[in-house]
Design a protein around this ligand. Structure first.
Ligand code: ADP
Length: 322
């Protein structure tokens, strides 16, 4: 019905456009954002206001302006709302710069790390050949640390690729039982602190990316172990229906507070409790896991009780394209 000067400057529309209701006929946000508005309107109807959200304003000249929108219902005029529209472009630009930085930094780190890894392995072999065993533990320790850094750098690269929509997947038949048992065995060797129990079998193959699916379950098992420092076991339950396979990874550790359960799948999010924060991590694993599962047409959810443990459930459709 009416817009202030700041909004008119921002959008390029005139007060006449607004009054003549031109704006009810032209779309002022990209079509795919419509559900955001519908949800916001429902929230306003129920609570008199909605949680501010990010979207884009389609300006009169056709350009898109990143904005942040919040609205409240007028108290005395129940069918009218006032919306606050903030120009969000500076923040978006900063975010974009940060993404480019992460991408460039992880690329720059990757090459010297690969060389370092190869040279450490070479040195290891040469020293062993010359019969200098005293330095072997130090070198093995060095190689372990290099592998840890290399994994973190690969995760950073994966996060950047997901952001840019450039994470690539191959399509191949995957024997899930064999893959999951192989992963459980490797994790068992590297994490003797816990016993990994695998129950059941999926007894079917699916079409997907073996390495990426392996990344999903390595990550879930690694988290289950990491966030249950006082527990002895971690379990993996495998089952199948005619259309889907279900894999549950269960631990008996810290658990995750209810209000944080959805957020843990977001980029760089880490649960806030001091016990969680005392355990090192960067909040990238579950973001990558959720993306890989989504790209395989599957779903991931978490059930948890604080102090008792968590169960992550992955459901994947059988014989589907990744
Ligand atoms: P990271 O473990 O590197 O912080 P993730 O993305 O793998 O990152 O996990 C995000 C957050 O979710 C973790 O920081 C942790 O707070 C929580 N989390 C993940 N898995 C578990 C688990 N099995 N038990 C309790 N908390 C978990």
């Amino acid at each position: 019905m009416e817009a202030n000067d700041a909004w008119l400057r921002m959008s390029g529309y005139t007060q006449e456009d607004v009054r003549s209701r031109t704006l009810t006929r032209v779309k002022i946000t990209p079509a795919e954002q419509a559900p955001l508005f519908e949800h916001a309107l429902q929230e306003v109807a129920a609570h008199g206001q909605h949680t501010p959200f990010e979207t884009e304003l389609l300006c009169k000249d056709g350009s898109c302006l990143p904005i942040l929108v919040g609205s409240v219902l007028f108290q005395n005029r129940p069918r009218q709302i006032v919306a606050f529209v903030l120009d969000n472009s500076a923040r978006k630009e900063l975010e974009q710069r940060k993404d480019v930085f992460i991408w460039t930094a992880s690329h720059e780190l990757r090459s010297p790390l690969t060389v370092l890894k190869l040279q450490a392995a070479l040195l290891h072999r040469q020293l062993a050949k010359q019969g200098v065993p005293a330095s072997a533990p130090a070198l093995a320790g060095m190689e372990t640390q290099i592998t840890t850094i290399a994994r973190l750098v690969e995760e950073l690269l994966d996060v950047s690729k997901i952001q840019a929509g450039r994470l690539e997947y191959v399509r191949e038949p995957v024997d899930l039982d064999a893959l999951l048992r192989e992963i459980a065995e490797i994790m068992q060797q590297t994490h003797p602190s816990h016993t990994i129990l695998v129950h059941g079998a999926v007894q079917s193959s699916l079409i997907g990316d073996r390495d990426r699916l392996g990344q999903v379950f390595t990550n879930l098992l690694s988290n289950a172990i990491k966030y249950s420092p006082d527990a002895q076991t971690v379990e993996m339950d495998l089952s199948a229906s005619p259309e889907t396979v279900t894999i549950c990874v269960r631990d008996h550790g810290l658990g995750i507070p209810r209000e944080q359960r959805d957020k843990i799948f977001e980029r760089f999010y880490r649960a806030a409790s001091p016990q969680h924060r005392a355990i090192p991590g960067l909040g990238m694993g579950l973001y990558i896991v959720a993306e890989i599962v989504k790209r395989h047409g599957g779903t991931i959810s978490v059930d948890s009780e604080v102090g008792k443990g968590s169960t992550f459930t992955v459901t994947l459709p059988l014989m589907r394209d990744a």
